[in-house]
Design a protein around this ligand. Structure first.
Ligand SMILES: [Ca+2]
Ligand SMILES: [Ca+2]
Ligand SMILES: [Ca+2]
Length: 606
């Protein structure tokens, strides 16, 4: 008899708000012996609507839970009972959301900075080898946890503020599996989920990083000094050890099962092909790397679960934006519902999607504002990988600089190119400084470009000091000085080498220009001069104009160009903010600029 008694193991979401745009909320209860059971809301302010839905094995129950208008915030009890007994779980009614200083959205006014939590700064050594998941910490092993955490990020907020960062993108903080990954072998050996992209629990914080309270503390500390927080989310798949994999909440929870599924064939061109084509199904529904269970967003329970999960994280933490992983492998019909639900509750909130591709024809297909594949995705922004590759070619490899305006010329394909997130480095690619031909001078020019062209500039942690790392995971190396026992601390000037300091100082200067000079945030991009290794352009706004000239050549260059398209007139005097005191004057509608080898100039009106 006792064996039949219902048990509750997990309730998702564990809480919801009074006054939410989503009500009732659909609660997923994981437990045992749930078949034939009923759910009951004990206490005031909330009630169960309709009959529960329970899976075949009695391990999952879905119930709609309505929060009443007169509800009061606080702990409540959710009771599950059957003829064999009952079980109870806590469930919390949260106060109406306080919207001040939260859910702000990011924009081209920001300077974004990507941190891989595990590799940035270890602020709490007590969580390095947590009892729940012993043995996954080893700083000598590049596939293990290295101790970086949320406290470490809090500790470095002043560094980021000084650098000029206004929005911080953190790699996923979901709880990842508590064990070694023996399915995905790296160099023949098991690895860990230190990167955060293999969730085992979508409603918890990874214990190596901290907990929900620490995360809330981080968001609030960042907001206090004018830094927004961007959450990295995954809805295409779960980690290989998520409890759902062996026990499905619904028969169609995943595309396929652990035993029988398609593998992702990554034929992403099929996604924008207007004709029906083979391999599209494998690309959309195949399991990533053949072992990451592919969530089926066409199952209404799955889509509801994922939408609520996103609304919950935003609400409980106060974040300002989302970077969404593996965007293209999830149907647009789902994205439409997902982005609509976000904007309904958090109107200013913004989302950037990862579509890893160098072809604008492909990436632009995924931006919102147009119906594609039966729906408008509603996606605000994309990581601008076409620009990323062009930057690497031009500024690292030293190929022709006109690749920059040539890539930007394809902007007409996007519904909104000004929202794109421009980058010169990220955690899935080798670092800029490990490209063939890369130099500190080239890195500086790449930063000068990213921080002055259209879009939302994004920096990758450690690129500001020229960190190296040719591939994944060496591109995810520990920030020097962020970890106990580090020989030097590159978070401080004294701890940086001369080259690192040179790069840091330049990136810092450019990041602050981006905040100080409003045309760099919202101004129209106007091309003024293009040649093989020189490129000049303006950012033109009602508030003023900024002219940028870049010489990517190893020789000095003298260029003369018409500045009337930038709204400048004869007699205007321009000073180069990157070279104190250097001035040029507009004559016959033109300026003549002498640029040192591999250098940039940034002109504003005197
Ligand atoms: Ca730690
Ligand atoms: Ca974990
Ligand atoms: Ca998929």
């Amino acid at each position: 008899m006792a064996a039949q008694t219902p048990e509750i193991l997990k309730v998702e979401p564990p809480s919801w708000w009074i006054g939410s745009s989503l009500n009732p909320v659909r609660v997923l209860i994981r437990g045992r012996n749930l078949r034939g059971a009923l759910a009951q809301a004990v206490g005031s302010g909330f009630r169960i609507v309709g009959a529960p839905k329970i899976n075949e094995s009695g391990s999952y129950m879905f119930v709609d839970l309505a929060i009443l208008p007169n509800a009061r915030p606080g702990e409540q009890t959710l009771k599950i009972s059957s003829q064999s007994g009952s079980a109870e779980a806590h469930w919390e009614i949260l106060p109406r959301l306080n919207r001040s200083e939260s859910f702000q959205g990011f924009s081209s006014a920001d300077v974004m900075y990507l941190v891989m939590i595990d590799r940035f700064s270890d602020g709490d050594q007590t969580n390095n080898d947590p009892p729940r998941s012993r043995g996954l910490y080893d700083r000598q092993n590049k596939y293990y946890y290295h101790g970086g955490d949320l406290q470490g990020v809090i500790d470095r907020l002043p560094y980021l503020k000084d650098l000029g960062v206004t929005a911080l993108w953190l790699t996923p903080w979901y709880d990842n599996y508590d064990r070694l990954n023996e399915i995905e072998l790296k160099e023949g050996k098991p690895c860990t989920g230190f990167h955060g992209y293999n969730p085992q629990d979508f409603y918890s914080v990874e214990e190596h990083f901290g907990d929900l309270q620490k995360l809330q503390e981080l968001v609030s500390a960042a907001h206090k000094i004018g830094i927004k927080i961007i959450q990295d989310e995954v809805v295409n798949h779960t980690g290989p050890y998520h409890p759902w994999v062996d026990d499905l909440p619904t028969p169609t929870w995943f595309n396929g099962t652990k035993q029988k599924h398609l593998a992702n064939v990554f034929q992403t061109w099929t996604l924008h092909d207007p004709r029906p084509v083979a391999l599209k199904k494998e690309t959309m529904e195949g399991w990533f790397l053949d072992f990451l269970p592919d969530l089926n967003q066409n199952d209404r329970e799955v889509s509801q679960y994922l939408i609520q999960n996103t609304l919950w994280w935003i609400g409980v933490t106060g974040t300002d934006g989302i970077r969404m992983d593996t965007w293209q492998y999830v149907p647009n019909t789902f994205w439409h519902q997902w982005t609509t639900a976000i904007k309904r509750e958090y109107p200013k909130f913004t989302v950037v999607g990862e579509v890893k591709d160098g072809d604008v024809v492909h990436t632009s297909y995924f931006q919102g504002g147009k119906v594609r594949d039966d729906a408008d995705s509603g996606l605000d922004s994309l990581l601008d990988f076409p620009i990323f590759y062009s930057i690497r070619h031009a500024f690292a490899e030293g190929k022709s600089l006109d690749e920059m305006p040539k890539t930007l010329a394809k902007d007409y394909l996007y519904t909104n190119p000004n929202n794109l997130v421009t980058l010169l480095g990220g955690h899935d690619d080798g670092r800029f400084m490990s490209e063939k031909g890369a130099t500190i001078a080239g890195l500086k020019l790449a930063n000068a470009f990213v921080l002055t062209t259209r879009g939302v500039p994004q920096l990758y942690y450690g690129d500001e000091i020229g960190m190296t790392g040719a591939d994944e995971p060496t591109t995810r190396a520990d920030f020097p000085g962020g970890f106990p026992g580090d020989k030097r601390n590159a978070f401080t000037k004294q701890g940086r080498t001369r080259e690192e300091q040179e790069a840091f100082e330049f990136v810092r200067t450019m990041a602050h220009f981006h905040t100080e000079l409003l045309p760099l945030q919202r101004g129209e991009l106007v091309n003024l001069y293009v040649s093989g290794q020189q490129y000049a352009y303006a950012r033109k706004a009602p508030t003023g104009v900024v002219v940028i000239a870049i010489n990517n050549d190893s020789k000095p260059a003298k260029i003369e160009f018409d500045v009337t398209p930038a709204g400048l007139a004869n007699g205007d005097r321009l000073i180069d903010r990157l070279a104190a005191g250097k001035e040029v004057r507009v004559e016959s509608g033109k300026v003549s600029v002498l640029l040192s080898p591999r250098s940039a100039a940034l002109f504003v009106r005197r």
